[in-house]
Design a protein around this ligand. Structure first.
Ligand code: AMP
Ligand code: ZN
Length: 141
């Protein structure tokens, strides 16, 4: 059964990014998934990993899309280890769990030993200069 937020959305912001209708700082892409920098990062190098297939939750995805997504999350975890040895992987499913964009995505959030960054009430926007540097730091080895 589909989640309550599973209605297909041709104008979803993450579909637009995956289909290059909207700009994003894309770190990685393959036929099934895309990873890009979060524009309001919790920490430096905060990434989002999405399937190209639209669906609000993991349970809305075709199994092969879900498998590809997990594979890309693991790869992106490996990439952010260049920035910091430790990182969080998070997924918010549903508004009450903090989901704002209803196209399933994993957050990959490098941790630098700072206090809990998730409590921040305001998050500074990603700056273009740093985004350029991060793309270089996170590019394929
Ligand atoms: P969530 O609360 O799990 O739905 O998180 C959505 C995330 O998407 C937030 O961390 C936003 O900063 C991020 N976000 C929203 N729009 C964009 C965008 N156009 N490009 C990059 N990140 C975005
Ligand atoms: Zn979408």
């Amino acid at each position: 059964m589909s989640s309550p937020d599973a209605a297909p959305s041709s104008r979803c912001v993450f579909c637009d990014i995956a289909e290059k209708r909207s700009p994003a700082w894309i770190v990685y892409e393959d036929p099934a998934t895309v990873a890009f920098l979060d524009i309001f990062p919790f920490t430096r190098g905060h990434l989002l990993v999405i399937p190209r297939q639209h669906g609000a939750r993991l349970t809305d995805l075709a199994p092969e899309s879900r498998r590809a997504l997990i594979q890309s999350v693991a790869q992106m975890g490996h990439r952010v280890e260049r920035l910091a040895p430790d990182y969080n992987v998070a997924l918010n499913a549903g508004a009450a769990a903090g989901q704002i964009v209803f196209h399933v995505h994993f957050h990959v959030i490098p941790r630098y030993g700072e206090a809990n960054p998730f409590r921040a009430t305001t998050r500074a926007p990603l700056e273009a200069e740093d985004a350029q540097r991060l793309l270089a730091e996170l590019s394929p080895a």
